[in-house]
Design a protein around this ligand. Structure first.
Ligand code: G1P
Length: 284
């Protein structure tokens, strides 16, 4: 299976940090966001990856490219651990790029992958969100796709006041944590939302989605919405996956995620707790 990572948004929610830097390259603790995303794809058994980019996103390509000068410098300095880290990034996956020339929405960005994907099911991982769980989120969706023979997307319950930020679904639970979806609405107003189950940025899709996108008129925000194309599929399942999704495009969520990931690092954890105690005591 191939994976498509759309990374062609402006990142307006996180300006000025994203003025000259892609939001997908914002570091979470010690790695750029998009590296976690690719690591999730690889951990799910997918190493053929297409990233959909646009102007100003060149640093994404540089990050996954070989850096001869850097490798040579690290080698002559005997910094073997760092050298391995740098080489591992290049060897992580087989990555191709395509540019979305006009920002016409997420559906249109996915459509740019049509040629690369061909007539096979494929995964979509949004480049500005990270997931964490006992089994990689994309792997959980691949399993549901294989079991039901239909597209599968990740879901999470969100508070009512936040439904306007997401695609929201209506469905019936067919087994624990798996929903057969009847309806999908992109960014509904709170009182119009069919539930509080939100689409969380991971999808495993059948290739007929490309025809459905082609038939989709611009929706919310005048953009071709992937959610509107998903509504046209014959069958689609939602999975409230075991784990958590972190939205990096929002500055407070990004900061919280960085802290949470630093706490997973034994060396940083102790010092971070002491530092946070100091800050909190200073506030009291
Ligand atoms: C996109 C999707 C939306 C989904 C969200 C998850 O919206 O269109 O359905 O709920 O990602 O992050 P965006 O955040 O790009 O506006």
């Amino acid at each position: 299976m191939k994976a498509v990572i759309p990374a062609a948004g402006f990142g307006t929610r996180f300006l000025p940090a994203t003025k000259a830097q892609p939001k997908e390259m914002l570091p979470v603790f010690d790695k750029p966001t998009i590296q976690y995303v690719i690591e999730e794809a690889v951990a799910s058994g997918i190493d053929d990856i297409l990233i959909v980019t646009c102007r100003n996103k060149r640093s994404i390509e540089d990050h996954f490219d070989k850096s001869f000068e850097l490798e040579q410098t690290l080698q002559s300095a005997g910094k073997d651990d760092r050298l391995k880290q740098v080489r591992d990034i290049t060897d992580l996956a087989d990555i191709c790029y395509v540019r979305q020339k006009e920002q016409r929405g997420l559906g249109d960005a996915i459509y740019c992958a049509k040629k690369h994907v061909g007539n096979e099911p494929f995964a979509v991982l949004l480049g500005d969100s990270i997931t964490k769980g006992p089994t990689p989120c994309t792997k959980q969706l691949v399993d549901v796709y294989n079991k039901y023979g239909a597209s599968a997307i990740s879901l999470e319950s969100v508070p009512r006041e936040k439904v306007e930020r997401y695609g929201i679904i209506k469905g019936s639970e067919v087994e624990s944590d798996i929903y057969k979806i009847d309806k999908l609405v992109e960014k509904p107003l709170a009182h119009q939302a069919p539930s509080n189950l939100a689409i969380m940025g991971r999808y495993v899709l059948s290739p007929d989605i490309f025809d459905k996108i082609d038939e989709t008129e611009p929706g919310v925000g005048g953009e071709i919405q992937l959610t509107d194309a998903l509504q046209k599929l014959d069958a689609i399942y939602g999975v409230t996956f075991e784990g958590k999704t972190y939205d990096i495009g929002n500055r407070l969520e990004w900061l919280k995620t960085s802290i949470e990931f630093a706490m997973d690092d034994a060396e940083s954890k102790k010092q971070l707790i002491e530092y946070m105690k100091e800050i909190i005591e200073g506030e009291e």
